[in-house]
Design a binder for this molecule. Structure first.
Ligand SMILES: Nc1ncnc2c1ncn2[C@@H]1O[C@H](COP(=O)(O)OP(=O)(O)OP(=O)(O)O)[C@@H](O)[C@H]1O
Ligand SMILES: [Mg+2]
Length: 247
């Protein structure tokens, strides 16, 4: 039998260009994820420095003006008190927005603390109990990019729990895994048929989770079945993404 290498089949060139196109698309998707994170960081900084600080100064001025007004000037006192309440409400809204834009506590106290904060806010807003397990504080050893990626993945996974799962409980677990760190986000909700859902268009959450993990050299697995809850497992390496391949 002739075992000499086969001549390239007519499909090879187009297969190759398809692979290249897929690779380029992946690189672009990763750049998009990175650019989004940088932009969020920048907007959070601007909000804090320009809007937040100015509003705080207005707050102080209004407070002082209120103290200077004679008690019988009821009309003006009411207007100032109303303005104070508006400023206070706006400051709170900005704080909330900043927390979404830049994971709070992450830089100061690490991923475990940031996930704890995320879970607490999630439970308060949705009524779904959410426990965080981080027995060995493994998040502290991660590079910042990888920690941010895991935080964003958990954020989207929890958003999905609220939007789709009708769950009673959710759980986030952070632990060491070979070569890196693993985060699991589990819920006891409705679950879903993965083959059915993968065929749906205009669903970006799962794709973005994949890209966020891939951008730092990690990966995602999703386990789910109707009636059996959902488990999202994300792994990222301690060493950052492997170099190689051209952009
Ligand atoms: N925890 C979950 N429980 C039940 N179904 C889920 C869960 N997570 C995801 N799904 C299903 O998988 C689908 C894809 O999720 P994905 O996050 O990609 O999209 P989406 O949440 O519908 O939209 P987007 O994230 O773009 O706003 C969802 O529409 C939902 O049907
Ligand atoms: Mg989603």
């Amino acid at each position: 039998m002739d075992r000499s290498p086969a001549a390239p089949s007519p499909g090879t060139a187009s297969e190759q260009s398809l692979l290249e196109a897929a690779h380029k698309l992946q690189v672009l998707a990763r750049r998009l994820v990175e650019a989004e994170e940088l932009e969020r960081h920048r907007i959070a900084g601007e909000l804090h420095d320009r809007v937040g600080q100015t509003l705080s100064a207005i707050n102080i001025n209004l407070d002082i003006a209120l103290g200077l007004l004679p008690p019988d000037n009821v009309e003006v006192r009411m207007r100032i008190a109303d303005s104070l309440a508006l400023v206070e409400g706006t400051l709170q809204a900005i704080e909330h927005l900043m927390a979404e834009l830049r994971p709070p506590l992450l830089d100061e106290y690490g991923l475990g603390a940031a996930l704890g904060f995320l879970a607490k806010g999630f439970s308060a807003r949705t009524g779904v109990a959410c426990a965080v397990e981080d027995p060995h504080e493994v998040g502290r050893s991660l590079p910042r990019d990888a920690a941010v990626a895991l935080f964003r993945i958990a954020q989207e996974a929890l958003a999905n729990v609220f939007k789709h799962a009708a769950a009673r409980h959710a759980r986030i677990r952070l632990e060491a895994a070979p070569g890196g760190v693993r985060v699991e986000i589990a819920d006891d909700g409705s679950g879903f048929d993965r083959r059915e859902r993968l065929a749906q268009h205009h669903r970006w959450g799962m794709t973005t989770m994949q890209e966020r993990a891939a951008a730092v050299g990690g990966r995602i697995e999703v386990e789910s079945a109707p009636g059996a809850g959902t488990l999202v497992r994300a792994w990222v390496p301690l060493a950052g993404p492997a170099q190689g391949g051209s952009a």
